[in-house]
Design a protein around this ligand. Structure first.
Ligand code: MG
Length: 302
């Protein structure tokens, strides 16, 4: 059903992204906590996590909503690899997992330096096929996000995993609760959100940006934007390099120079988002118990 028009424009660059007549649509509700949307162009569908409901869901215009996994081991962020396979963060299994072509789920990596990961939360697949993911502790500390256990890692890092060699490297080690992440269109910058303020008083609620070095590591990290209200969780980048981030009241849009361009107001607290549609100009937003979508005059990075 169409929601009321609710876009705040602070800059002409945001105005140019608004498609006249387009409004935020509620596509599905009934989740406990919607997270990690990923788009499938083959059948115009979205798969997302009911992260606290411990399920994996699917929506398509023709089929409506269905349950793909009714015990998902607290799957959170989802993405697709170069072969189109669904790769995901399993907060419960404390691992990166992948749905193989035969439908079986496989653990790709669950350890760093011999110790269990905390609880991977969100991931992206770089064009070279490596998987970059965040590892906050929420699957350990939050009863509705995992199976508990002991934290074995000395911190919460961003990792780069190369399946071809089996190597896993901690590329970002100076954040408190790294959560969402995305590369700039040329993959020369890495944006990572920090959701520490969620349950740490005075904790950061910002996005940091890092320069990618030789495609394998990062340097020169700095705060890109402080996000209010709430915290930034999932984020995505469009073809112009604009950053779309979740927040308590909206999806907020930032130019690459850090200027806040505007907000797409969402009636529930947004957790994550992805571009989809056949032209990648439809923004799908997981928020609260729901999945929303809005068409824009901009396209997500392929
Ligand atoms: Mg997240």
């Amino acid at each position: 059903m169409p929601m009321s028009e609710a876009i705040e424009i602070y800059d002409d660059r945001m105005g140019a992204m608004v498609r006249p007549g387009a409004s935020l649509l509620l596509l599905a509700d009934g989740s406990v906590h919607s997270e990690g949307p990923v788009y499938f162009h083959e059948d115009d569908s979205v798969v997302w996590s009911d992260a606290h409901g411990n399920r994996l869901l699917r929506w398509s215009a023709s089929d409506g909503v269905s349950i793909l996994r009714d015990v998902s081991d607290y799957q959170s962020g989802n993405y697709r690899d170069l072969e189109g396979r669904l790769v995901a963060c399993s907060s419960g299994k404390r691992a990166i997992i992948r749905r193989e072509h035969d439908g079986q789920w496989k653990v790709l990596v669950d350890r760093y330096q011999g110790k269990q990961l905390n609880s991977p939360n969100d991931l992206v697949v770089k064009r070279d096929g490596t998987i970059w993911f965040t590892d906050p502790p929420y699957g350990i500390t939050e009863p509705n996000q995992g199976y508990g256990g002991e934290q074995e890692q000395p911190g919460c890092f961003v990792y780069r995993f190369d399946e071809a060699t089996g190597a896993i490297d901690a590329v970002v080690t100076d954040m408190v609760r790294p959560n969402g992440l995305a590369f700039s269109p040329d993959e020369q910058l890495l944006y990572v959100s920090d959701t520490a303020a969620f349950n740490i008083p005075q904790g950061p609620h910002h996005i940091r940006v890092y320069e990618v070095v030789n495609g394998v590591s990062v340097s020169n990290g700095r705060v890109f934007a402080v996000i209010e209200p709430g915290e930034p969780d999932g984020l995505r980048v469009d073809e112009q390099g604009n950053i779309f981030t979740s927040s308590k009241d909206s999806v907020q849009v930032y130019a690459p120079d850090g200027t806040r361009l505007g907000k797409i107001l969402v009636p529930e607290t947004s957790a994550n988002l992805t571009f989809g549609g056949q032209k990648r100009d439809r923004l799908f937003i997981t928020a609260g118990k729901s999945l929303y979508a809005i068409e824009l005059n901009t396209c997500g990075v392929q």
